[in-house]
Design a protein around this ligand. Structure first.
Ligand code: SF4
Length: 316
């Protein structure tokens, strides 16, 4: 099916602050509603406001952002950090989306505002040129769960392939960014086997990664439905076994989520840590998505302004 990009006007403020997890208080921007990548496990696809096909592109976003920056500047309320991609990837494969993304990033960077993003997409040259001008302001995070091309074709077929992502991580290091990697969602039975983790970590080490954050797939009814529809039956049921006997519970803002069995997660994270230790990569487990384990922050903000953030002063 051809995915459409429908241009719409954004009415609500752009610099909105989500009130959940470690993003609390940090303005988050989504360039589109919906995401062309359509990963099989994506929870944002289940939001009632997400279009079932294609995406809505906020074509007036740079204009609105420029006005908000100017108004906040006058009031001394510019944010230190703005994050992207909480419910859509900012590097989706469409020229109009990339144009709006580029304008928005440029506006923020030119004001000296730190930007953070998490992507599984393909970053084109004009973005690398922009980031090279502001390496200290860019927190680049790459989602990379497995190097298996079978995994890629089943779970994230429209994203950049894992080897391109590895090259992008390397490129980010070369231009002076400090890229980090998010291994989320780990798919039980599929991407948590020792040999798979080792292969991934060895490649990450080779491209200079020093730290990763990890979390297992959190199921929601809508995610289960997607997986059931989009995965081969045997794979779907083998994943489901890891959730057997676990009640639905509240995780972050959702009241109906299911975590992988606790012992299984503990074992899995232990394995990630062991392999990480062996290869000199620090592993953090996402505390927000593992509320029943000792809390660990995978706080992604590594900017010089971190001190201010940790003091709770999120705005200049
Ligand atoms: S890239 Fe991220 S936001 Fe886009 S579909 Fe995949 S998981 Fe969802």
């Amino acid at each position: 099916m051809v995915e459409t990009v429908k241009k719409v006007l954004r009415k609500s403020p752009v610099l909105k602050t989500p009130a959940f997890g470690c993003l609390q208080g940090i303005p988050a921007i989504n360039i589109t509603r919906g995401c062309l990548h359509r990963c099989a496990y994506c929870y944002a696809r289940c939001f009632p406001e997400t279009p079932s096909h294609g995406v809505f592109l906020y074509q007036n976003l740079p204009e609105k952002l420029a006005k908000e920056i100017s108004s906040r500047k006058k009031r001394g309320l510019l944010p230190d950090v703005v994050t992207f991609s909480t419910a859509s990837d900012l590097f989706q494969p469409h020229p109009e989306i990339l144009k709006i993304t580029h304008c928005s990033l440029r506006l923020l960077l030119e004001e000296g505002i730190n930007i953070s993003f998490l992507t599984k997409g393909r970053i084109t040259n004009e973005f690398w040129e922009l980031f090279a001008l502001y390496p200290d302001l860019v927190e680049a995070r790459f989602g990379l769960i497995s190097l298996s091309l079978t995994y890629h074709s089943l779970f994230e077929p429209r994203t950049a392939n894992p080897y391109l992502r590895l090259r992008q991580i390397e490129k980010a290091s070369l231009i002076g960014l400090k890229p980090s990697v998010r291994i989320d969602p780990v798919i039980p039975q599929i991407s948590d086997r020792p040999e798979k983790i080792f292969k991934l970590f060895r490649s990450l080490k080779n491209v200079g990664v020093k730290e990763v954050s990890v979390s297992y797939l959190v199921l929601r009814p809508g995610v289960m439905k997607q997986l059931r529809q989009e995965l081969p039956r045997d794979i779907f049921f083998s994943i489901l076994r890891a959730y057997q006997g676990v009640p639905w519970c509240q995780v972050i803002t959702s009241a109906t989520t299911k975590l992988v069995q606790k012992e299984r997660r503990e074992e899995g994270y232990k394995l990630f840590r062991q392999i990480g230790k062996e290869l000199g990569i620090r592993v953090r487990v996402c505390g927000c998505k593992n509320p029943d384990l000792p809390y660990e922050s995978c706080f992604p903000w590594g900017f010089s302004s971190r001190k201010r953030l940790s003091q709770g002063r999120l705005f200049k």
